[in-house]
Design a protein around this ligand. Structure first.
Ligand SMILES: [Zn+2]
Length: 509
């Protein structure tokens, strides 16, 4: 049994991406204090704002003794918890845990000179870590932080299967098969883990499901027994360890099919709904003082994209009345880039579609293309110019707003988006190919799917794409794009692509 360092463990949609990009230098911080934390239950007052709960990180550090480093100027904090290091930046959904970047649905914020961190964020940081336990008392608005006992069994999950049930035991030390034995006594199935350490209260956090009606955790000297009350007779059991030795799996087989409990189905339903494409954000680029590209005969990008955007929204509403359509702008106004994704996130958009038109000094350049925010930006000059041209929109933003872009490392941001890159790429593909089909009859040409680093896509916590619908610098395309009939055809084709994406994604859940 070898001790292994405890890792922060984030669950659900947070997919880690190691920083492998050459040339990236992580910022170095000085550890101000690195106390061996030993504390009894501590209570921290929670503040609530817009339904979100926050606690000040400096108070957390003060009460627990965990080290903290604060850079007030950059509104950045590093929290040191035993071997772990978490870096938070105010108003930034990216958190760096050790050398990994995570994108979060919650952002830390800066208030009265201190970093305030959402309770939900801390909960997910400590969710499967055996160092610290958090309990929130909603009535008193108090968060209780306790130092956990010295344990190496941190969680147990029960998953009903068609002909039995799987018990997954999460461990923070390495166990071998020989450390584990099982037995059945008086209708209880016991898993005994030699060298296992757990607290009795762990049982309270385990939901009995499937053929298991009750769970008990019995810590003994040098061994821990996990006891499961059986509803059905089991005919076989099997122990496996996952290759990383982070879990012990025990599968119990019965000789009959067990109906999955309705309660589980309800939970599953709820989880499924989270993934449904029920909100679509349409982002017509530019607007107001930012005209975007200006083409032949004074055609303005901002007018074309608004026309297509409104038509696309109307088509979505007509075909899927239950889908909420959110426009980042529905008239000729200027909206800073950051505000656009912020609005999308606030509305819990499931996809974000940014609409633009291209231009090029070469008036022969033609065609439409769809971008997703990928790490491998297309190297060709045209794609690079497109990115530069669209990102130039920030020149219309005021100085303080512009300043904010400087702090964001594009590689980091792109990596942190990785949770959505695959879906964004798929959405880009379905939209581009349905456009290719729809546009062919009117002589518009497909340039394919590309990757680019567009500011407007940074920070969107959902799959997102950017469509360059054609070149306003090309006389033929400029003439076409300004026509309402063409805009309608484009909107219809984009819609078909979204429809296919929605169908495929929803079929997969
Ligand atoms: Zn544009």
């Amino acid at each position: 049994m070898n001790a292994r360092p405890i890792h922060f463990f984030l669950t659900i949609a947070l997919i880690p991406i190691a920083l492998m990009v050459s040339g990236f230098q992580p910022v170095r911080y000085i550890t101000v204090r690195h106390a061996e934390a030993a504390f009894s239950d501590q209570q921290i007052a929670v503040t609530e704002e817009a339904g979100r709960l926050y606690i000040p990180l400096d108070i957390f550090s003060e009460k627990t003794g965990y080290g903290i480093y604060t850079n007030e100027q950059k509104q950045k904090c590093v929290l040191y918890i035993e071997d772990e290091k978490a870096t938070f930046t105010a108003d930034n959904p990216f958190v760096i845990l050790n050398e990994r970047v995570w994108q979060l649905p919650w952002q830390p914020r800066w208030r009265e000179g201190t970093m305030q961190v959402p309770v939900a964020l801390l909960e997910s940081l400590f969710g499967e870590n055996n160092t610290v336990r958090l309990r929130f008392d909603r009535e008193k608005n108090l968060l209780t932080v306790s130092k956990a006992e010295n344990v190496n069994i941190t969680d147990v999950a029960i998953t009903p299967k068609e002909n039995g049930t799987v018990i997954s035991v999460r461990v923070t030390d390495e166990f071998e098969k020989r450390d584990i034995s099982t037995k059945i006594t008086n209708g209880w199935f016991h898993i005994e883990i030699h060298g296992g350490k757990a607290v009795e209260s762990l049982a309270e956090r385990i939901t009995p499901r499937g053929i298991i009606s009750k769970v008990e955790v019995i810590p003994l000297e040098g061994v821990v027994s996990l006891a499961f009350r059986l509803k059905k007779r089991i005919i076989d059991r099997d122990i496996t360890l996952d290759p990383d030795k982070r879990y012990i799996y025990v599968s119990l087989r019965t000789n009959e099919k067990v109906a999955v409990e309705t309660r589980n189905e309800a939970a599953l339903e709820k989880q499924k709904r989270e993934w449904l494409i029920d909100t679509i954000v349409i982002d017509p680029g530019h607007g107001g003082k930012d005209p975007g590209a200006i083409g032949k005969g004074g055609v303005r990008e901002k007018d074309i994209v608004l026309g297509v955007g409104l038509k696309l929204g109307a088509i979505i509403k007509r075909n899927f009345p239950d889908i909420k359509v959110v426009y980042t702008r529905d008239r000729d106004v200027f909206i800073p880039l950051r505000k656009r994704t912020q609005l999308a996130n606030e509305n819990r958009g499931k996809i974000f579609i940014s609409l633009h038109c291209n231009s090029n000094p070469n008036h022969k350049a033609r065609g439409f293309e769809t971008y997703f925010l990928g790490a491998d930006q297309d190297k060709n000059e045209q794609a690079r110019n497109t990115v530069l041209k669209e990102n130039a929109s920030i020149q219309f933003e005021d100085a303080s707003e512009r300043e904010r872009y400087k702090g964001v490392n594009f590689i980091l941001a792109t990596m942190a988006q990785s949770a959505f890159i695959r879906q964004s790429q798929y959405l880009a593909t379905t939209v581009q190919s349905s456009m290719a089909q729809g546009m062919k009859p009117i002589g518009l040409h497909s340039r394919g799917v590309k990757q680019g680093r567009f500011w407007v896509m940074v920070g969107a916590t959902m799959p997102n794409i950017l469509i360059e619908m054609g070149f306003v610098s090309n006389p033929y395309e400029a003439g076409m794009l300004k026509k309402s009939a063409t805009q309608m055809k484009i909107a219809q084709s984009i819609f078909e692509g979204i429809k296919k994406y929605k169908k495929d994604i929803e079929a997969a859940i």
